[in-house]
Design a protein around this ligand. Sequence first.
Ligand code: HEC
Length: 220
Amino acid sequence: MKHALVITALVGVVACGGNEAASASTTGGGAPTDGTPLARFADHDAGTVPGGPGAGARYGIGGGVDRKQLAAMDLDIGADGAELPTGRGTVAQGDALYKAQCAMCHGQKGEGMEPAFPRLLGRDPAAEGFKFATDPKLPHTIGNYWSHATTLFDYIKRAMPHTAPGSLTDDQTYALTAYLLAMDDVIADDATLDAASLRAVKMPYADRYVPDDRRPGPAK
Ligand code: HEC
């Protein structure tokens, strides 16, 4: 009997806790600071939403993600390039790919079509020296602004071409990265890039960037 009472009391506590969690998440109460995970959307009671299907109903949308889908999205290549895939590409191959898949938006010489399509190339002497804080109108290009060559690969592979992101092979992405870096005088015009040689490329203004540990205050 005593045992049954304890269980009833516990159920009461859990029910209250659930309601509090639900109201906190719908009123934007912020993430718990003690490491407790936020309520999962799949468990959300749709009845608490004005105009929803009614109390106790679940939206029933979304689904699981399998490892294959995750692997296709898991492309992050950081500044040190540790995650760079095997493969290789030359400046000449990148030149042909650029003309076929990139120039229609970024221009034949990477001059862009502002404001929609950003300029990629051009080492205008006036824009050298990283003086963007004193003159925000100076054009940002890969050669005068980009911090790490490795993340250029990451960006192109993940996001370009804009109409078909993710469609480029690793070899094509190496080639395009090589072409853009060569056109901005960062590497030689006859260069071939692979994981090791891309990691070794130092961008002209890399030392203007500091790692951000996402904590308030000056970087350590
Ligand atoms: C349909 C138009 C379109 C095509 C084609 C296209 N891009 Fe882009 N690209 C964009 C737009 C728009 C942005 C800006 C995206 C943003 O800021 O969110 C961009 C941004 C970029 C950037 C980042 C520029 C920066 O400094 O912020 C790079 C690098 C780039 N594109 C490379 C390429 C390459 C390489 C190709 C060819 C494989 C390509 N793009 C094809 C539209 C296009």
